[in-house]
Design a protein around this ligand. Sequence first.
Ligand code: BGC
Length: 723
Amino acid sequence: MKAKTNNTKKQGKTPLYKNPNAPIEERVKDLISRMTIEEKADQLCQDTIGVDPNPDNYSLDNPYCPTCGSVYQFMGGSRNRNKFQRQAVEETRLGIPLLWAIDVIHGWRTMFPVSLAQAASFNPSLTEKSQRIAARECWQDGGIDWCLGPMVEVGHDPRWGRNVEGYGEDPYTASCFAAAAVRGFQKDGRVAACVKHFVGYSACEGGRDYSYTEFSSRALREWYLPPFAAGVEAGAYTMMSSFNEWDGKPIPANRALLTDELRTRMGFSGFVVSDCGALHRMGNMGYTSDPIEQTSEALYAGNEMAMGDGLYRNIPEAVASGKLSMETVDEAVARVLRVKFKLGCFENPYAPELTREETCILPDADDLSLKFARETMVLLKNDNKLLPLDPAKVNSIAFIGPSADEIHPHLGQWRAAAEPTPEYGETLYGVAQKFFPKATLSFARGCAGWDYRPAPGDAEECEKAVEVAKSADIIMLCFGELPWMAGEIKSRRDICLPPAQRELIKALSALGKPIIGLCCSGRALAFQEELKSMDALLWLWQSGRRAPTAAMEILVGKVNPSGKLPITFPRSVGQIPIYYNCHGKITPEAHDYQDLQDEDGPWFPFGYGLAYSTYKYGKVNVKRVGKGLEASVTVKNAGKFAGKETIIWYLSDVEAKFTQPIRKVIAFEKVMLKAGETKEIILKIDPKRDLAYSLPNGIQILEPGKFILSASLQSEADFWYEE
Ligand code: BGC
C-alpha cells in the first residue's frame, strides 16, 4: 500500500489537532472531522510487519508501511520502526502516528520472574518496579510504546498453559498485581499497558486453550472481573478482549461485557483491541461468518481495534449497508486517538536509536531481577532442616538434571528481546561454585530430552548421571518444565513429571544420598510419589535471569525463603479444579473421592511456603473504629534467621443471603522480621469494600452478620458487623 502525501502541511495553517497545547478532546474532534471513512477504518486496524503469515503482513523489506492504527509483534528494531513511523507521520495525509505493540509480560531485555512467580512473592511493589523497567527497555530498545500485558486472568486449572502469564487463582491477589503492573508500565508516560484478556478465557473447558468457556454471572463477578476492574482503576489505557464466549456471544461481540460492564460499570475510558485474529474466527463458534456482520457487531459491542485480521477494513461497506452507524465508528476512532494524544505520540513519534552498547542491561534492572527472584521461590519441603546448607561442611555436590546447566528454564516463555545466552541469564551449576567455594561440583544432564515424550538416549543419560552422583555427598536435582511447556497453546492433559525425569529420580533415590529438588515450572505440577525421594524441594518457577543466584542464596541461608503459593497444587489431575476460595460442600464430612480417602484436600494449598524461621501468630483482634473496623495480630519471628513473612488476611462470611466461598483473601502484607522480632500488623477493614459481595447482577450488597477473619490460617477471630 502506497502512503499518501501529507496535505495538512500544504494547507499552510497548522491544524488544531497538531497543537500540543490544545485540549485533547478538541484535538480528537478536529482530527476526526478531517478523516475519510477509509482513514477511520485504517486507524482501527492493527497489522504486522515481518511476522506471521496473516493477510495484513508486510515484510521488513517492504518499502511502505501499512496504513493502520498500530503494528504489533514488531521485532525489527528502532531504526526500522522509525522508518515506518516516519512514513505514517510525514507521508500520509493526516500524519497520524502508529502505536507499536508487543507482548511484554515479564521483561524486555532483563527477564524478571514470570507473572505466576511474581505473585508468589506477594510483593506487588516489585512488579510495579519491574514493569517500569520493562517499559523503559522496550521503548528505548525496540520503540515499543504499547505493552500487551499484563495478563490478569484468574486460573483454576493448571493444565491450561497460560496460567504462567497470570497472577494465580486469587482475584484479590491478581488485582493487586494487575494494578501494580499497569502503574509500572505507564509510570513514565510514553508506554501504554493492555490488560488482557477480557474476560473468562481461563475458564476454557479441560484447560484446552481457546476452547469453550461456560461460567455464570456469579463466577464472572467473584473471580474473573476483579483484576480487570483493578487495572481500570490503575488507569490502564487499553484492554484486550478475549477469544472465548460468554452467555451465547463471543467476547469481542459481547456488548453486555465490553460496554455495560467494562465501560458503564467499571468506567473504562481507553480502547479495546481484539485478540489476534479473534474477530474473523468468530464464525468457528457458530456465530456469524459474514465479515460485514462481524465488523458491525464487534464495533457496536465496544471492540475498537481489530488485531491481525484486517476485518475493520470492511467498515465503509458496513456503514453503507446500514448495519453500522458512523457514530459508533467515530466513537471507536476517538478512543484510539485519545490514547495516542495522551501518550504524546504526535509530539514524540520517534523512538531513540541506541547502539548495542547503550542497550545493555542497566545495574538497576539487574539488581531488581535478583531481588525479585529471591522473593518468588517457594520452599515446599525441608525434612530434618536439611536446608540451609553450611558451605563449609559441603565437600561435593552433583548437579543432576536437564535444568542444571541451562539458562532458558529460568527465562520464561515471553522473553521478548532476551536470548538464552550468558548475557541474559545464568545457570544453576554455573553460579554454584561461588556459593560453595570449597566443594567439588559435578554435573550430568540425566535425560536426553525434556519433554513428556521419552527421547532416545534417556536411559544412557540416566546411567551417566547415577555414576556422577555416586561420588558426591549431595545431589542437587534440577528438573521440572521447560518454558515452552507452559504458555499459549501449551496446555497439558496431565501435570505429572515427564517419564525420563521420573526414571532419573527413581535411580538417584536408590543411592540413598540427600536429594535437594530445584523445580523450574510455569504451572503447578503433581508428583507426590517422586517427592518422597527428595529431602527438600525448592520451587524456582521461571524466575528470570538471576534466578540461579537467588536459588543458591536460599540454599546457603543468605536469603530466607519467603515465597508462598499463589495457586493450589492438586495431588493429581483428577482433583482439578481445586482452589482455596471454593464454595462450601454440602457434606463436609464426606470424602471428596473414594479412591483418595486418606488424602482429601490439595497436595499443597494456596498460601503454602516454608521458611527457615517459624513465624508465631498471636490472637487476632477486631474492633470497631468509626464506620469501619480494625483488626490486629502480632507476628513473631521465632527462628534464628531474619526473614520476610506474608500475612494473608482471609475473610469468611458465615451466613449470607447468597451462598459464599469458604473464605476469600481481602488483604495481605509482607513484613521483614529480624530473628526474635515481633511486629503488630494492623488491617483497616472498609466494610463496603471488604465485607460486601456482588450479586449475580453486579449490585454490591453489605449484610450485617457474623464474619471470621483469619491471619494466614494461623489465628482467627469472629466478629459481628452491624451498620
Ligand atoms: C495472544 C495474546 C497476544 C497476541 C499478540 C495472541 O495469540 O492470545 O495474548 O497478545 O497473540 O501476540
